[in-house]
Design a protein around this ligand. Structure first.
Ligand code: IMP
Ligand code: MG
Length: 175
């Protein structure tokens, strides 16, 4: 492994502040309602922890594992769900909490196939990062932390072959 980590794109403090802003927005949008926050494992975990602290609602947490990457940096476009939800979400408001939207294939599948089958009242998406440069599927998040250039991002939950997830900031692979 010869890869190196580039400059810091977003510091822990910047991420916290953005989570605070989005949390306040989400609180307002769902006022008086219950919300089931579904984090996508493993990448969205750090962002989810940060965000939910700032959502002042009756929140419940669930997790989902969906994969489109076989390792490395290129999407395969084939989505498999390896860990399903624990809750019955029928009639509930669901917020998918995602780490990054790249090709958009994963979220497209979740939003248009996986979730509708479970008949929730609503499904929205909150992503920490949006990387629009390589979008293949027609999907946009309802809440976006930051937009990034066409880089391979690591840190704050995001990995390269399962490494670098624990970095407390957002950076990218160089070279
Ligand atoms: P998509 O289906 O191509 O939108 O990608 C979905 C998943 O691929 C994300 O939830 C990430 O786990 C992973 N991914 C996409 N881009 C990056 C990146 O730049 N760094 C690390 N993981 C990424
Ligand atoms: Mg990943």
């Amino acid at each position: 492994m010869a890869e190196t980590i580039g400059k810091i794109l977003f510091t822990e403090e910047q991420i916290r502040r953005r989570a605070e802003e989005l949390g306040a927005e989400i609180t307002k949008d769902y006022e008086g309602r219950e919300l089931i926050c579904v984090g996508t494992l493993n990448g969205a975990v750090m962002w989810m922890c940060e965000l939910i602290k700032h959502i002042n609602l009756d929140v419940r947490l669930d997790f989902l594992s969906a994969h489109s990457y076989g390792g490395g940096t290129v999407s395969t476009g084939v989505i498999t769900v390896t860990k399903d939800l624990e809750f019955d979400i029928q009639g509930k408001d669901v917020l998918i909490i995602e780490d990054i939207i790249d090709s958009g294939n994963t979220l497209y599948y979740l939003k248009h196939h996986f979730f509708p089958e479970k008949q929730p009242r609503s499904v929205k998406i909150c992503t920490m990062l949006d990387k629009p440069a390589r979008r293949e599927a027609d999907i946009t998040a309802d809440y976006t932390g930051f937009t990034v250039d066409d880089l391979f991002i690591v840190g704050f939950g995001l990995d390269y072959d399962q490494r670098y997830r624990a970095l407390p900031y957002i950076s990218y692979l160089e070279g």
